[in-house]
Structure formats: C-alpha cells, structure tokens
Design a binder for this molecule. Structure first.
Ligand code: PNW
Length: 477
C-alpha cells in the first residue's frame, strides 16, 4: 500500500522528525586532562604516571608528551567559547588528580581546585553543562611509588577520598560525575600491554602508563581493585555530595553485535556481552563475577570479599559507555556458553586508527544491551568519534569527509536506539579538539576542531559544522 503524504507536511520535515532525539538530549563534546591541559608542572601540580611514562624516550610516537598539549589550562576560555560556537550543550572533561592532591593523598592544592572552578564557571556562563570524569588515567606518581598504583587497595581508598573532596568543592557547580574512564583500557594497556583483535587474525599491542607487564593473577587483582575504587568513590560521593549529585562510570564495554536481529541471535549476543565483560561492566552492575569468569581464571582469580562486591555494585544514577567499534559478532550455539564468536574478515572496513573496526550498529547494540540485560534506566554515550588524517586545505578549511560519514552513520543508529525506547540521555563526541592521543602522540587527530600544535590555532572542521546543526535540530542531519 502506498501511504499518501500528510497534507502540509513535506517529505523533508517528516523525515527530520523521524530522526529526532528525545527532548533534553545532551549534545556534548569530551576531552581528558592529560590529553589537553598541558601545564604539567604548574601551580603546584604533582607529576602523574603519564608525565613519567611520556617523558621516557621510546614510549610515545615521535616522543611526544602532554607537557603543553592544547594548553587548555591557559586557553580554557577560548575553548569554551569554541564549544559554544559549535553548539555543544555539555562538556565532559576530566580532573587531573595530581593537580588536586600532588602527593595523591594528604594536603589538597587550592590552585588546582581553582582551575576547575574557573572552568566550570565559564561553562555555566555559556549555558554548557559540565560533566566531570574523576579518573582518566593520570594517577599521581606518588601513589604508584608508594603503593604500586592500582596493584594496591590503598589506591582505591585514596581515590574515594579524592572523589569525596571533589564533590565538596565542585558540588555547587557540577551535578554529573563519572568515576573512572575505561577500566579495561587503562588496566590492560598500563599493567598488561593491551591486545586488540583487528581482523584477519591480526593483533595489535597498545601500551600505556605505568608500562608494566604483570602476571594474570596480579592483573586480575588490578582489575578488581579498579572496580573497587569505583564503588568506594560512589559511596564517598553519596556521603559527601549534595542532594541531586549524580554518579556513574564510563566504561568501554566490549560491544557484541548479533549476526541478525532475531530473538535467538539477540539472546546469544546478550549472553556473550555478560561473559566477555565479566571483569568490568558485569561485576559493576551485578555485584558478582560470573561463574565462567571465576572458573576460567582458576588460581589467578582476584581476592575479594562479599562486602567488596556489594560496594562495587553500589547503585548508580546512570551508566556511561565509550563506544567506538564492535568487539565481536556472534551467533547462537547449542554448546556452552550458548554463543559462538564469528571472526572479523580481513577486509572488514576500518577507520584511520589501527584498532578502529567500523560498524555503526555498535552504537545501537551497546545501549540496547545495557537496557535489556541490566535494566539501565539512564545511559550516556560518554565517547564516540574517530581519528582521521586531517589537513588544512588551501582555503583554510578542514574537510573531514570520513568523520562526517562516521558521525552520521553512528548517530543514525543511536537515534534508532532511542526511538526503540532505549533510555540514552546524551552523547559526547570524542573529541572537542585534536589532542594528545596517548601512544600515538599528536599523530592521531580525533577532534571536530583542528589544532595546529605549533601555533595553538584552532579551526573547526567540516564535522563541527555538521555537529552544530545536529545539536540545533536535536536530530541526525
Ligand atoms: C579512548 N580500542 O580510548 C579513551 O578514553 C580516550 O582517552 C582516547 O583518546 C579515545 O578513546 C580514542 O582512542 C580507547 O582499542 C582506546 O577499541 C582503545 C580503544 C578504544 C578506546
């Protein structure tokens, strides 16, 4: 049957309604302290493990460091004005723990706190909602030296103390907090040497601070201490924050895509999601390690108490997930564990970063799984974006056509999730600007704003033009 158009409603306007996000949806951009701030040793800041790691030759592409980065510490006003120009209604940034506690614990550094007060005041003045990440990997070096960093539960306790102090200091300005960014990435890159499957049987090794290679048993304990740190921080935020303070985590949950959208395949994908995320997302949301995880780990399983599991799964106000790539395609299986992973084909499309397998549907399935498996009631996409080989063209503009394709395709899938009733309340594009991309240094550009790192000149890219219009219409455009 052919359905006639509604009188007075053009194809164009009915389509744009269909692509709309729910009312009040946040259109955010994201960064992290070490990747943008610079000012690594100013105003009483202590060194972080990333300062130490990047200052060691051979660790970072081109021996780049975050010493200056985007100089955001000094240029934050210009940067907030740019966010306003590109239509962002929210900014997710992280706090550098060693700016607040140069020694990790003990006496706070007032000048460090002041920077985040100035930044949040500036955001509020421009009508941009601040979302704070408490830990985006720049651990105070002092805690690494004293406790071995996340190898010790003392670091988890120190993290809770720092989190409680922050909500006391910023609670009048900031309502939304994410405890830890990407448990898996920082634990596996920093304490193991992260391995990523990219198709065709190829594996990539990604390193990070503090640059350790622990045994499986020690590594599982680091994983456990990290989720424990999150739980203790949630408790401290509840105890010391004001009414209306909201908290969640920001994990790069591994995304499982069913080979097809039928009940049997979706069930297999859900089973797989729980199992392959058993060490982080599942224990964070359920307060238990799955039987298969503990059996698989055997003697290498982490040491924990029932009380700790309860702490780890302290109730949250929302769940944040960073979504870039599908991690597995699955089909059902009659044998345990009830699913089978399909290998990535060697020709599977990728984005510019070596690890970045392309599939927009991961931005549909990740939040849908959070709702169907764990009943999540409020979800934020805390990061999504891609690197591209951006250059300034002769007319002074930056034409990032591949990022444009990426954003439109991924956000179409996110909109599909919200229109299916998945409660996604905001989206944060990674990143507000090109910045220090960890082991890749300044070689991988993720921004929707181009940065010339010699002059610190910022140039909004074509994708920023697209983002502004999408945010203005609250729709995929
Ligand atoms: C995230 N992967 O890291 C981090 O939170 C950001 O700091 C970082 O700049 C951004 O994504 C881009 O890399 C990731 O292998 C690292 O799938 C690795 C992966 C995903 C995200």
């Amino acid at each position: 049957m052919i359905v006639a158009e509604q009188p007075g409603q053009s194809v164009e306007s009915s389509r744009s309604t269909a692509r709309e996000f729910p009312k009040g949806f946040y259109w955010g951009v994201a960064t992290a302290s070490y990747q943008v701030e610079g000012a690594w040793n100013e105003d009483g800041k202590g060194p972080s493990i990333w300062d130490t790691y990047a200052h060691t030759p051979g660790h970072i592409n081109n021996n780049d460091t975050g010493d200056i980065a985007n100089d955001h510490y000094h240029r934050y006003k210009e940067d907030v004005a740019l966010m306003k120009d590109i239509g962002a209604t929210a900014y997710r940034f992280s706090i550098a723990w060693p700016r607040i506690f140069p020694e990790g614990t003990g006496a706070p550094n007032a000048k460090g706190v002041d920077f985040y007060k100035r930044l949040t005041d500036e955001l509020r003045a421009k009508g941009i909602e601040p979302f704070v990440t408490l830990y985006h990997w720049d651990l105070p070096q002092a805690l690494h030296d004293k406790y071995g960093g996340w190898r010790s539960k003392d670091t988890a306790k120190a993290f809770a103390e720092y989190a409680g102090y922050i909500v006391e200091q910023l609670g009048d300005r900031v309502k939304h907090y994410f405890t830890i960014n990407e448990f898996r990435s920082f634990v596996e890159a920093g304490y193991q040497g992260l391995e990523v499957q990219v198709g065709g049987g190829k594996t990539l090794h990604l390193g990070g601070a503090p640059g350790l290679r622990l045994s499986n048993g020690e590594l599982n304990q680091v994983r456990h201490n990290a989720v424990l740190g999150h739980g203790l921080a949630v408790q401290a935020i509840r105890a010391r924050g004001r009414a209306g303070t909201k908290v969640g985590f920001a994990e790069n949950m591994k995304v499982v895509v069913p080979v097809m959208d039928t009940p049997e395949y979706v069930r297999a994908a859900e089973t797989a999601t729980r199992e392959i995320n058993a060490d982080f997302t599942t224990v964070l949301l359920e307060g238990r390690y799955t039987d298969a995880y503990l059996a698989g780990a055997g003697a290498d399983a982490p040491k924990f108490t029932a009380e700790e599991l309860k702490t780890i799964a302290s109730p949250l106000d929302f769940v944040g997930i960073n979504v870039y790539r599908p991690n597995a395609y699955v089909e059902p299986s009659g044998e345990a564990p009830g699913y089978r992973e399909i290998p990535f084909n060697a020709s599977h499309p990728k984005m510019h970063s070596s690890w970045h397998v392309f599939d927009p549907e991961c931005l549909y399935w990740a939040p849908r799984h959070l709702k169907s498996i764990w009943g999540a009631k409020s979800i934020f996409i805390t990061e999504n974006g891609c690197a591209a080989s951006d250059v300034v063209s002769n007319d002074g503009r930056v034409y990032d056509s591949d990022r444009l394709m990426f954003l439109r395709a991924y956000l179409t899938q996110l909109q599909r999730a919200t229109s299916d009733g998945v409660p996604v309340h905001g989206y944060f594009l990674w990143s507000a600007q090109d910045n220090f991309e960890w082991g890749s240094g300044y070689g991988d550009r993720f921004g929707i704003v181009y940065v010339d790192f010699k002059t610190q000149k910022r140039i909004p890219k074509l994708s920023a033009q697209w983002f502004r219009e999408a945010a203005r219409r609250n729709a995929v455009v």
